[in-house]
Design a protein around this ligand. Structure first.
Ligand SMILES: C[S@@+](CC[C@H](N)C(=O)[O-])C[C@H]1O[C@@H](n2cnc3c(N)ncnc32)[C@H](O)[C@@H]1O
Length: 358
């Protein structure tokens, strides 16, 4: 999966455990409203939920169309591999991508930039209406990510080329998942009240000024394939300056009211919210919003992944009551679970059991 700021890679097993508890209590539909890489939505889908993934980013929508909306059982893998082999064999050609991201800036080596240009042009010309279109785009995005020369953000490229950028671009078949789901692109503030009821919903919004539109402008351009005018050394899209590419979640004055609105409007029996230490809102504030919404039980779980992956800090007693304090905040991930008392108790015992087994 692509390198992504705030990706919940390490939290996925925990979110999977929470989903399993909800599933045991009859939950069957799930929503990941800020789905980014779609890692979490993928976990829900793998666990048998009819999953909906939403995000405002074009590249995230394509990832969701590939991993969430596409049913692996409907894909002819031999045909897909043949297409990827044909695309891989295309001779490179200098186009917008090479000029912008290999010459005007140095995000990729020229040999790879030219192949990306050739492959992306062909996907657009020959596969635009093909059901594998999002799969091909995903394969290309992941391949490009493996040979980029950044620290994982596209606000800047490295002074010296990263070692991996010397490798040849390699298209691989994405790991598709059986079952169906839904991919939506849009503003969570508008979608939350329109997309209906979910048994389980997960919210992982941006919590501070770091804009995904600018941090991942190359993926936006690779997916939109609209050759935008660009500015600055980082060659960011000119439309990054437009208001409609800015998210209220990246503005200190709007973040809290925006999250409160989404929490209020999303219709979910169980609501799970990720919370970040660098956030402009506190965990207590989020807990209050969840209680005001009427959830019978609301509990925050803290995880320290640096010390031992997946372990919950030992601060809860058997009844799920907080009995200790977190003494250091680095590398700590927080998840707030709101739902029925039975569900929150089940989550608590499952997480504690996992901790004991580790
Ligand atoms: C913290 S990331 C989510 C990461 C994701 N959980 C993962 O594991 O990859 C926040 C996401 O919110 C999206 N986003 C920002 N503003 C949004 C908005 N107004 N509506 C919907 N999505 C938005 C960003 O594009 C970004 O993908």
């Amino acid at each position: 999966m692509i390198k992504y700021l705030g990706s919940k890679r390490v939290l996925v097993p925990v979110l999977g455990q929470i989903a399993a508890c909800a599933y045991d209590e009859g939950a069957r539909t799930a929503l990941d409203l800020f789905s980014g890489t779609t890692r979490v939505a993928q976990e829900f889908k793998r666990r048998g939920f009819m999953t909906t993934a939403c995000d405002i980013a074009s590249y995230s929508e394509v990832l969701a169309q590939c991993y969430i909306a596409t049913d692996a059982d409907e894909v002819d893998s031999a045909e897909l591999e043949t297409i990827l082999q044909e695309l891989s064999a295309l001779p490179g050609k200098r186009g917008y991508f090479t000029k912008t991201f290999c010459e005007d800036s140095r995000y990729f080596q020229e040999k790879n930039g030219k192949r990306i240009d050739a492959i992306r042009d062909t996907i657009e010309a020959d596969y635009k209406t093909h059901p594998y279109y999002p799969i091909l785009l995903t394969s290309l995005m992941l391949a490009a990510d493996r040979v980029d020369s950044t620290t994982g953000l596209q606000m800047a490229y490295l002074k010296e080329y990263a070692q991996r950028s010397y490798n040849d671009l390699e298209l691989r078949v994405p790991e598709l998942i059986s079952g169906t789901g839904q991919a939506l692109r849009g503003d969570a503030l508008e979608l939350a009240s329109q997309i209906g009821h979910f048994d389980l919903a997960y919210l992982d919004p941006p919590y501070n000024q770091h804009r995904y539109f600018t941090n991942y402008h190359i993926w936006e351009t690779l997916i939109r394939w609209d050759a935008p005018e660009h500015y600055g050394k980082a060659c960011k899209r000119l439309d990054a300056r437009d208001n409609d590419t800015k998210s209220p979640f990246n503005y200190k004055k709007q973040m809290a009211t925006s999250l409160e609105k989404v929490i209020r409007e999303v219709d979910a029996s169980t609501l799970v919210v990720s919370y970040n230490n660098e956030s402009w809102v506190s965990a207590e504030q989020i807990e209050d919003w969840l209680r005001n919404k009427g959830y019978a039980a609301v509990q925050t779980f803290d995880f320290d992944f640096k010390r031992y992956v997946g372990a919950q800090i030992g601060i809860y007693n058997k009844e799920g009551k907080k009995v200790g304090k977190v003494d250091h905040l680095n590398n700590i991930e927080h998840i707030i679970v709101a739902g029925t008392q039975e569900l929150v108790d089940a989550v608590c015992s499952r997480i504690n059991r996992d901790k004991d087994e580790r």
